[in-house]
Design a protein around this ligand. Structure first.
Ligand code: FES
Length: 78
């Protein structure tokens, strides 16, 4: 299901960015542009962040990088 129709970003794609450490809508936008055009999807992105977001502190505590792969995803979406 699409979360962001402006950029064709699905819920699964947003969830993947959340799983990779995105903690804010801005970080999701950096990864895939979702929320950067009309903005109508930002509340939905916030809901996804609230559901599954791991804090950077939690990730760091597990020895995992807090932000990974965003550059590659952003480049592929461009
Ligand atoms: S639906 Fe996401 S920016 Fe428009």
């Amino acid at each position: 299901m699409y979360v962001c129709s402006c950029f064709g970003v699905t819920e699964a794609q947003v969830q993947r960015h959340v799983d990779d450490g995105a903690c804010t809508p801005r970080q999701v936008a950096s990864a895939c542009k979702a929320g950067t055009d009309c903005g109508s999807c930002v509340r939905r992105i916030q809901a996804l962040l609230g559901r599954g977001a791991s804090s950077r502190r939690d990730l760091a505590g597990r020895g995992e990088p807090a932000l990974t792969g965003f550059e590659d995803t952003a480049a592929a979406a461009a």
